[in-house]
Design a protein around this ligand. Structure first.
Ligand SMILES: NC(=O)c1ccc[n+]([C@@H]2O[C@H](COP(=O)([O-])OP(=O)(O)OC[C@H]3O[C@@H](n4cnc5c(N)ncnc54)[C@H](O)[C@@H]3O)[C@@H](O)[C@H]2O)c1
Length: 450
């Protein structure tokens, strides 16, 4: 216990000391690695269940989409729903009744009412789609009350919170899973299948990101904009690394024989949210007087221990079509998803020209998509949200490990704070803490590839 407190305190001080001390923070991060001697204690595989009884926390935009999926998945039962807005709880209760399930118990007293939900005896899994600042408190409370925890992305946005999730998961023996829906996109899954079948040879480089014009969302005071804009006023870094990096982490075997060594981040000037406010609300409007610190474009380069590089982009304040910029390159060829999926594999006698990816679909479409495409029709984000929820519920039903573990959640979420630190320190390299304490060196198969 004492060691744990010391470690926490050290992490806190390292994070604080990192602000403005360029070389110092790298040394501190290295020193931190030395401190991490506590042996890793992975969560034992949970026993099969007849049904998965779920308590849902945060029934806003994304939570409602997940609830709608869960109500269609055989073996999933929605036992309780919590939101600070009573109407959203009622909407979820109505959805359950319409789907032929019992009315889930509602919790809407205040911001901490999820604690009462977590204390219920009849829940196996607490799943949250709250604003970012609530992911960690909800997951910790769930695990401490003997429930598995699943959270929307990112799982956390400070290194200290990443450690807290790991420590609680290891101590309680409960899963803590980050739900990255883009890992289940049809094209991303096909690319993963191509990588694992060695179509691109040895991997060298990749690109990814979250390039989504959220100017209108961040200036809308009724929904997710409220909390998203608050982060854009306080933090400058890659605030949302998981949609681009999730699928790439799987391609590069991160935590399964490979790990991120360090990253470097750069941020542009900050313009888009202010320009949007001037145009939409007028130059004298209160919105035009607001100050944002988030760079319009944040570029991060991550280096892996196996010698690959990944360029990650966060771009949410510019006029632009949506993209996750996915590109994966190896010694034999490369694939690019946006704007249209294209592939090039070096072939003797053939010109160096892009081909459409469709021609490869028959051979490389991922088996999970073949199995679930019909069932996923009509679900959010082209069906991938349904597949992610289906895989979660079915892992628990069957008593097999879920696709993502707490170490996956931590390493990907860590990019948030590490990129903020790098930008603050004029783009100094920042080392990744080894959340796995050496376990990453062991090769393990990804469950989605089994
Ligand atoms: N994977 C994806 O494609 C995707 C898409 C959108 C959002 N998200 C993620 O989903 C999460 C929610 O985003 P959203 O767009 O649904 O936001 P939202 O604002 O629409 O929903 C959040 C909900 O949480 C509720 N809430 C806030 N504090 C709470 C508390 N303490 N206890 C209970 N309920 C609380 C709010 O009232 C709201 O209904 C975020 O983490 C976001 O990053 C993921």
């Amino acid at each position: 216990m004492k060691n744990e407190v010391n470690r926490r305190e050290f992490i806190k001080r390292s994070a604080m000391a990192g602000v403005g001390i360029a070389v110092g923070s790298v040394t501190l991060a290295e020193e931190l690695q030395q401190k991490l001697k506590t042996p890793v204690k992975p969560v034992p595989v949970s026993k099969p269940m007849e049904k998965v009884r779920i308590g849902y926390v945060g029934a806003g935009g994304m939570g409602t989409a997940h609830i709608s999926n869960l109500l269609k998945i055989k073996g999933a039962e929605l036992v309780a729903v919590c939101d600070i807005v009573e109407d959203r709880v009622k909407r979820a209760q109505d959805m359950a009744l319409k789907a032929g399930q019992k009315k889930p118990e509602g919790y809407f007293k205040d911001e901490h009412d999820f604690k009462r939900l977590c204390q219920r005896e009849d829940i196996d899994l607490v799943y949250t789609a709250t604003p970012w600042e609530w992911h960690v408190p909800v997951c910790i409370e769930a695990m401490k009350n003997g429930k598995h925890a699943a959270t929307e992305v990112p799982a956390a946005y400070t290194i200290e919170n990443c450690w807290e999730l790991i420590e609680t998961s290891e101590k309680t023996g409960k899963y803590c899973m980050m739900m990255e829906n883009c890992n289940y996109d049809k094209i991303e899954m096909m690319i993963l299948n191509m990588v694992k079948k060695n179509l691109f040879g040895e991997l060298l480089h990749a690109e990814g990101g979250y390039l989504h014009d959220l100017r209108a969302v961040k200036h809308d005071m009724n929904g997710e904009g409220v909390w998203r804009r608050a982060h854009a006023m306080k933090r400058n870094g890659d605030l949302y690394p998981t949609h681009g990096l999730g699928p790439l982490m799987q391609c590069f075997d991160i935590n399964r024989g490979n790990y991120f060594d360090y990253l470097v981040s750069f941020g542009t000037k900050t313009r888009g949210l202010h320009l949007y406010a001037e145009k939409k609300f007028g130059p004298d409007s209160p919105q035009s007087k607001e100050k944002f610190v988030l760079s319009d474009v944040v570029t991060t380069v991550l280096k892996t221990f196996n010698g690959e590089t990944i360029v990650l982009t966060h771009d949410t304040s510019s006029p632009r079509p949506y993209s996750r910029n996915i590109m994966v390159q190896g010694t034999k060829g490369l694939v690019r998803k946006y704007p249209d999926p294209k592939i090039y594999i070096e072939t003797e006698g053939k010109p160096d020209a892009w081909e459409k990816i469709d021609e490869y679909m028959k051979e490389y479409e991922h088996p999970v998509w073949k199995e679930l495409e019909d069932a996923s029709k009509g679900a959010g984000h082209g069906g991938m949200d349904f597949i992610e929820d289906y895989r979660l519920v079915n892992a628990l039903l069957k008593g097999v490990e879920p696709d993502m573990d707490v170490y996956d959640a931590a390493v990907i979420s860590a990019v948030c704070e590490l990129s903020e630190r790098s930008i603050k320190q004029k783009s100094t390299p920042v080392k990744f803490p080894d959340f796995t304490r050496g376990m990453w060196k062991k090769k393990r198969e990804l469950h989605v590839m089994e």
